[in-house]
Design a protein around this ligand. Structure first.
Ligand code: NAD
Ligand code: TYD
Length: 405
């Protein structure tokens, strides 16, 4: 599949003139940006932000539409003139080469990935294939296309979205929580840190799960393409996101839906693992800022200094759902069911995002309480979205729709 002769084939199929030919769709835009994984949770927020904020950019949403991709996430932008959806697999190297040329891509924002730790424990191969080989395929396609242009890498950007999980796990040296030394807008009444150590950009990579190992590997490939070929790359590592359109296999949407239907809430182990939570639109804002203003070859950590033990955040979610559904607050705590812990469950993630705040002026816009309120309300108000996703109907729909393309 990665035979170097394919490269020659790939470009010889397209007459050189065609690469620079006038094309109505492509020529009228100031930039042509591929966003991979745009039908997923975070990707859909990034696509929406870019399509609405930059009508002068052509945004090409490249997504395979796995179980996690859902075009219903982008209904509000699908008819915009600067938006195009392409169903493709990032592992399909020939196709990636073709798309780079067809759309004269000058920017890539790469979010497509297998993203769920539990699935990676069951099926690590798919994670290596998509996250490592898929990223490599996309990198190589961008490299070949950009190197074929007279201006080369000038004005180009390959921005890879990664996770805090590549840094491994931190210790809960302060299980009761301590006042964080940082100021944050993420939360008004929750400034606790559960340990003194944080993930800074120079922290050694120590991934533990097959998911984080595959993301770490892809991060290394992206940096290697800068160091070896001079490709203008950027990597960011973000903490756990929450908000609308997240697939309900992840903690927050799964639990909101289960509480609504009075189903058990499977808490892994004692529920004492700590995660650092950021509202998804704040991540999208950071991606926008870094894509435009970040330094090439640099790394930025993105997070809100907003650490929560799982059991505490679960109780906040229960109270919020109960209140919004008119049930007595906390009544649904009886649904909490402690189940066997996740294998290799990382104890604590905590991002130090001061570099991003200091250098580019980004900080979270939302108080955590407001973010959770918005999130719970969104899922309760969009039961049709949830039913569609949990029934798998949308998968059948897309398979029929795209079967012959
Ligand atoms: P998601 O699982 O919701 O979406 C992933 C998207 O990628 C889906 O639309 C899927 O169809 C698409 N995809 C998967 N394999 C593909 C392939 N081979 N070719 C093309 N498209 C493919 O994921 P998410 O939570 O939105 O995460 C997006 C990115 O952000 C991932 O790279 C993830 O590692 C990273 N990240 C996520 C979080 C988080 O809390 N969710 C935090 C930090 C970083
Ligand atoms: P998750 O949303 O899967 O994100 P990640 O594993 O990438 O952090 O899980 C968040 C935390 O919630 C994690 O510590 C595992 C825990 N968890 C449960 O206790 N029960 C569940 O059913 C799920 C999905 C997660």
């Amino acid at each position: 599949m990665y035979d170097p002769y394919l490269l020659v084939k790939c470009f010889s199929l397209i007459p050189k003139k065609a690469i620079f030919a006038e094309n109505n769709i492509i020529m009228e835009f100031k930039r042509n940006i591929i966003i991979t994984g745009g039908a997923g949770f975070i990707g859909s927020h990034v696509v929406r932000l870019f399509v609405n904020k930059y009508p002068e950019y052509h945004i090409i949403n490249l997504d395979k539409l796995t179980y996690a991709g859902n075009l219903a996430n982008l209904k509000d932008v699908e008819d915009k003139p600067n938006y195009t959806f392409v169903r493709a697999d990032i592992c399909d190297f020939d196709k990636m080469c073709e798309l780079m040329t067809q759309y004269r891509v000058d920017g890539v924002i790469h979010l497509a990935a297998e993203s769920h730790v539990d699935r990676s424990i069951k099926d690590p191969f798919t994670f290596a294939q998509t996250n490592v080989m898929g990223t490599l395929s996309l990198l190589q396609a961008a490299k070949l296309y950009w190197e074929s242009l007279p201006e080369g890498y000038e004005g180009k950007r390959f921005y890879h979205i990664s996770t805090d999980e590549v840094y491994g796990a931190l210790k809960l040296t302060n299980p009761e929580g301590v006042e964080s030394p940082f100021t944050t807008k993420a939360s008004s009444d929750h400034h606790h840190a559960y340990g003194k150590d944080f993930f800074t950009e120079d922290k050694k990579y120590q991934p533990h799960s097959p998911y984080s190992a595959s993301k770490a590997s892809s991060d290394h490939f992206v940096r290697a393409f800068h160091d070896t070929y001079g490709m203008p790359t950027i990597v960011t590592n973000c903490s756990n996101n929450y908000g609308p359109y997240q697939f309900p296999e992840k903690l927050i949407p799964l639990f909101i839906n289960n509480i609504r239907h009075r189903k058990p809430l499977p808490v892994y182990g004692k529920g004492e693992n700590v995660r650092d939570w950021l509202y998804v639109e704040d991540h999208a804002r950071a991606i926008d800022l870094i894509f435009h203003k970040g330094n090439v070859a640099d790394t930025y950590n993105i997070g809100g200094f907003n650490e929560w033990k799982n059991i505490d955040i679960i109780k906040v979610v229960i109270k919020t759902v109960d209140r919004l559904l008119g049930r007595p607050e906390g009544a649904d705590e009886d649904l909490i069911t402690h189940v066997t812990d996740r294998l290799g469950h990382d104890a604590r993630y905590a991002i130090d995002s001061r570099k991003l705040q200091k250098e580019l002026g980004w900080e979270p816009s939302l108080q955590f309480e407001e973010g959770i309120e918005r999130t719970v309300k969104w899922y309760l108000d969009h039961q049709d979205w949830m039913d569609n996703v949990t029934s798998g109907d949308y998968m059948k729909y897309y398979d029929d729709m795209y079967k012959n393309r």
